[in-house]
Design a protein around this ligand. Structure first.
Ligand code: GLY
Length: 419
């Protein structure tokens, strides 16, 4: 099969690494790709991932059999619809289904209508109504912008003042901030359960746990994710069955009842308390950095599974998993998630690989023949081992040999599970 991968972050590097192992793979392209993805695929940097027409033309010219869409923006922008209209198969939901991430109002209303467990909420189209609701509810409380806001449109307010200010801050999210969702605060432990689906059958992947805050102990600002591990022991067999029966299957069925066939990866961000899982959010794609720990444990052929999802043909598929654990530590630029410098030389990647690390590039580029930083999250360093403890010890040995000016990373990835 000829495959085109859309995206260039750490998640897409992990997808490229796994897809490249498939005996079914023939030609492999990535737009825009990255220095890491370039080890597996021909990277094409001069086409925007927002330009559906140019992407369709490229796929036609290269006789692409399957397009794998990594990030949410092109999915919400209708790339899969455009590809399918041109007769090209794609892994990822169409625009109307991608709305499960693209519109929180759509997602929350769907959950309410079909009894899928989530926090109570109100939807507001003007700030004063949102403020009145918040005054009645009190704090802590959660304020969310409606649309895609690059992972930044959610404020967990601990006090009434913070909550009222958060309503004003929603203005920073442009269109996404014109419609506001105010949600009850949920306490507990978070987990990410991703699943492959063809719109009928659903296959959950092993559960992972992300670390969203920038500093150890879950302190500091929210980020795109500072590390992850899998499997997450909090999702035991009983809870996994509950998540499948009460959340994943009912969501796919609810979409179907609304006339929407969801194909691709459905990501359920969950809050778990007292053995019960509730949905914090749905995403319409693989998680980042969850993918960097889930795929190294997958023994099955990912390309075959993705193709089955795209064809609506997942019914006989099964996924087999290694019994190992995986840990990913994100090495970030000094200052991230606020402003940071770019173009700083990165040393030690080869040495870390020799120690057994997989290095997933999130924000790097080649400048004058040298690997340099080009983003906030720079590298995801992943290791696997028979136990989580061993994987954690190994990952930090690898992280310590990699260096760039100002680098910072969390030193407590997976600590909660090790307790
Ligand atoms: N890890 C969070 C996300 O992918 O949205």
């Amino acid at each position: 099969m000829n495959v085109l991968l859309i995206g260039g972050g750490g998640r897409e590097h992990a997808l490229a690494w796994k897809i490249s192992q498939s005996p079914k793979l023939e030609k492999f392209f990535a737009i825009p790709g990255s220095p890491g993805i370039a080890n597996f695929a021909e990277c094409v940097g001069n086409i925007s991932i927002e330009d559906n027409a140019a992407l369709v033309t490229f796929a036609q010219e290269k006789n692409i059999d399957l397009v794998v869409v990594g990030p949410e923006a092109p999915l919400v922008n209708g790339l899969v619809d455009a590809l399918n209209a041109a007769g090209i198969k794609a892994f990822g939901p169409r625009k109307v289904a991608a709305n499960i991430e693209g519109s929180k109002i759509f997602a929350k209303s769907l959950m309410k209508k079909y009894g899928i467990p989530t926090a109570d909420f109100g939807i507001f189209y003007n700030p004063e109504d949102a403020r009145n609701y918040i005054r009645k509810k009190g704090a802590p409380i959660v304020i969310k912008a409606n649309g895609l806001a690059a992972g930044k449109g959610v404020i967990v307010a601990q006090t009434l003042d913070e909550a009222l200010n958060a309503v004003d801050e929603m203005r920073n999210f442009g269109d996404a901030g014109n419609k506001i969702i105010v949600e009850d605060f949920m306490d507990g432990e978070e987990a990410s359960v991703l699943a492959l689906t063809d719109g009928e059958k659903i296959i959950p992947l092993i559960a992972a746990q992300d670390h969203k805050r920038v500093d150890d102990g879950d302190k500091g600002l929210n980020t795109g994710g500072m590390g992850a591990y899998a499997p997450a022991p909090i999702v035991d067999e009983k809870l996994a069955a509950q998540i499948e029966e009460k959340i994943l299957k009912p969501t796919i069925a609810a979409l179907k009842a609304e006339g929407i066939i969801y194909r691709g990866c459905l990501y359920a961000g969950l809050m778990i308390a007292d053995g019960v899982a509730k949905v914090v959010e749905f995403n319409c794609r693989f998680g980042d950095p969850e993918t960097q720990v889930i795929l190294p444990l997958m023994e099955s052929d990912l390309l075959e599974l993705m193709n089955a999802c795209a064809e609506g043909n997942l019914s006989d598929a099964k996924i087999s998993w290694s019994s190992d654990s995986a840990v990913c530590v994100i090495m970030a630029s000094g200052g991230y998630p606020k402003s940071y410098k770019k173009n700083l030389p990165i040393d030690g990647v080869t040495k870390a690989k020799a120690l057994g690390a997989m290095i997933f590039h999130a924000g790097t580029k080649i400048k004058d023949g040298e690997l340099v930083t080009s983003g906030g999250r720079v590298l995801g360093v992943t290791t696997t081992a028979p136990t989580l403890r061993e994987a954690v010890d190994k990952v930090y040995k690898c992280v310590e040999v990699i260096h760039f000016d100002g680098v910072h990373y969390r030193r407590d990835i997976a600590a909660r599970a090790l307790k």
